[in-house]
Design a protein. Structure first.
Length: 375
């Protein structure tokens, strides 16, 4: 496993950091979704980073993508925007690229890579959150199409999305089987609930997706009719990797700010960094960053080889989210009263970070999954 960067990856990293500083960190935009900023990200070329050049993508490796998104977390302070971008790429666009027919790829990929169409994934339901496979959204087969009925909740990007990867169970089957569908917002029977107000991640709008006799053509099945469970588990694997990659960059940025502060702030005649209790907090941050990187590039190495990394992504999600939250929490402690103010931004960082222990499967569920996979 090699965590060092090639010259090309180093160039990508610096370009995304510069772009973030110049474009994405505009005052007053860090807790909201701004359409013109989304379009500027598209012009930068980020959305198609691992998609083949034949569809307008860059065709880069997953390891290169990891370096890019780590840099995005370091440079961009709008954590919600990053979350919206990740949902668009890894669990919508990427799934169509991996599992879609040629027809679906030609129909959707170009507009999604250009940012003209925004993607989202719809798994969670009011009574099936962590227990995603227990969903109740129904797909009824008709000649040439399916009728979908159900409600998906806490859907990231729902208020802004045009294309949804929706999972539903087939009705009248002796054994419950899941199918993945590509559903367009413009289809009859699709409605979006009001935006859900959240504690953090304001740059990623969230709402319910409601399907009432939604007519979806059979050619919009993703993969095969009975491949929905496999695609869902694959989606979780991508999500548990790439949605947490930027958190590593964010932790690095926060740690550097803390180091700068403790080296310049004096208390009782010495710098804060000379206090062992403060030094240990920063040492713990560094440990979290380095071990997170080691896990990340093991995972992307497996992905680049076409191998499964399901167990590794569960461990990665659990560890990175835990360290991400603790890093933000300790930054507030290090900055003291200043850290608790909105002016210094660390309270927002913590609010954004807390959700990481919930989305993509709660951390408690990750421990159960890890145990079951090694038992």
């Amino acid at each position: 496993m090699n965590t060092s960067m090639t010259k090309e990856q180093e160039l990508y990293r610096q370009e995304i950091i510069d772009f973030s500083h110049n474009v994405l960190n505009q005052k007053g935009t860090l807790e909201t979704f701004i359409p013109h900023i989304w379009n500027q990200v598209s012009e930068f070329g980020l959305y198609g980073i691992t998609v083949g050049e034949e569809y307008g993508g860059l065709g880069e490796s997953y390891t290169t993508a990891a370096h890019v998104f780590e840099a995005l977390g370091y440079g961009c302070m709008n954590n919600g925007l990053i979350f919206a971008i990740n949902n668009h790429i890894w669990v919508a666009l990427n799934l169509i690229y991996l599992y879609g027919t040629q027809l679906l790829k030609e129909k959707y990929l170009s507009s999604m890579i250009k940012g003209k169409k925004i993607g989202a994934i719809a798994i969670t339901e009011p009574e099936a959150g962590t227990d995603a496979l227990n969903m109740s959204t129904i797909a009824v087969e008709k000649p040439g199409y399916y009728l979908l009925n159900g409600c998906k909740t806490f859907i990231s990007n729902a208020p802004i999305a045009d294309i949804f990867v929706v999972f539903a169970v087939n009705q009248f089957e002796p054994v419950k089987k899941i199918t993945a569908f590509i559903v367009e917002k413009s289809m009859t029977g699709v409605s979006i609930g009001p935006e859900i107000e959240k504690m953090g991640l304001g740059g990623c709008p969230t709402a319910e997706l409601i399907l009432k006799d939604c007519k979806v053509p059979k050619e919009n099945i993703l993969g095969t009719r009975d491949a929905g469970k496999q695609i869902l588990l694959s989606a979780l694997e991508w999500e548990r990797c790439f949605e947490f990659v930027p958190n590593i960059g964010t932790m690095q940025r926060i740690m550097e700010k803390c180091i700068e502060h403790v080296n310049t702030r004096k208390q009782f005649g010495k710098s804060l960094g000379e206090n062992q209790s403060i030094a240990h907090k920063i040492a713990e941050m560094k440990i979290g960053i380095e071990l997170s990187k080691n896990m990340l590039y093991k995972i992307t190495g497996l992905m680049d080889e076409g191998k499964s990394a399901y167990l590794d992504t569960c461990i990665f999600k659990y560890y990175v989210s835990s360290r991400y939250i603790s890093t933000c929490r300790e930054a507030i402690q290090i900055f003291g009263g200043y850290g608790y103010t909105k002016e210094y931004d660390y309270e927002r960082e913590l609010r954004d970070a807390i959700a990481s222990s919930i989305y993509s499967g709660t951390n408690e569920m990750q421990l159960n999954t890890i145990y079951n996979l090694i038992y």
